[in-house]
Design a protein. Structure first.
Length: 262
């Protein structure tokens, strides 16, 4: 999907990614025909909106380091490390098998020394491979952004709030702390098209997708309890950075969290 939309390098393309996209295309075409949401537009909207918020934090001097959790085959680290080669350190973390695969890909893509891929288990409270241990290799005098994209929907509420607590606790050790993540709220996914879309997507990824919070107020309460202060939830279908008005018309139920500490 990233390659089709000019966001990635050829080294990131995989045969299984192409097969998955082609398998999903009939479902997306049907949803488009009915005026409903599509996975492609939802993914692009959240990706572009997170990009925009990260770019803004870098440009205003608040963030000079990024830790992206469960980065998978996302091209964001490669793009941002190249764009801000002299002013940004970008660390991507994932479970060992995916991290090893990603290291080979970014080598083929010609990534610079300011991009590195590490083994990371976001559910570990401490020790090697935990969020805190990886963050300890970074400079606390500079701002740090922690990003999760496409991860929270796979976890139950207790796991998500625990993850937020670990992220907030880590960010408090830096000059400026920013968390960017996507979130689906039950109130945003109550329409007929959304109720049909979520089970289909769950079947495709072979796992349940969780709606953790009823509305924005409940999500913000949980974020504050986890240790975040300044908060904003950005509906992707309303934000110009998420794409053209036509593209955003096919986006449903996606919010992007912008949460700060310190």
């Amino acid at each position: 999907m990233w390659r089709r939309n000019g966001l990635s390098h050829p080294a990131f393309a995989t045969a299984e990614g192409r097969r998955a996209y082609l398998a999903l295309e009939p479902m997306m075409a049907g949803s488009r025909a009915l005026g409903g949401p599509t996975l492609e537009r939802n993914l692009l909207a959240r990706h572009r909106l997170i990009d925009h918020l990260l770019e803004r934090a870098i440009e205003n001097g608040r963030v000079a380091q990024v830790l992206e959790i469960a980065a998978g085959l996302s091209p964001r680290g490669w793009r941002f490390a190249r764009r801000y080669e002299d002013r940004l350190t970008y660390v991507e973390g994932d479970l060992p098998e995916m991290a090893e695969r990603k290291r080979a890909i970014v080598r083929r893509a010609g990534a610079g020394e300011n991009l590195r891929v590490v083994d990371l288990d976001a559910l570990r409270d401490d020790g090697p491979g935990s969020i805190g241990a990886v963050a300890a290799t970074l400079d606390p005098r500079q701002g740090l952004a922690v990003i999760t994209e496409g991860l929270l929907v796979y976890f139950d509420r207790a796991t998500v709030t625990g993850l937020w607590g670990r992220i907030a606790g880590t960010l408090r050790g830096f000059a400026h702390g920013l968390c960017l993540a996507d979130l689906r709220l039950a109130s945003d996914n109550s329409g007929l098209a959304e109720r049909a879309f979520v089970p289909l997507l769950s079947a495709f990824v072979r796992g349940r997708l969780h709606m953790h919070f009823a509305d924005a107020e409940e999500a913000e309460t949980a974020l504050r309890a986890a240790g975040f202060g300044e908060l904003a939830l950005h509906p992707a279908n309303e934000h110009p950075a998420a794409g053209s008005a036509k593209a955003r018309a096919g986006v449903r139920g996606v919010q992007v969290i912008e949460a700060r500490t310190g």
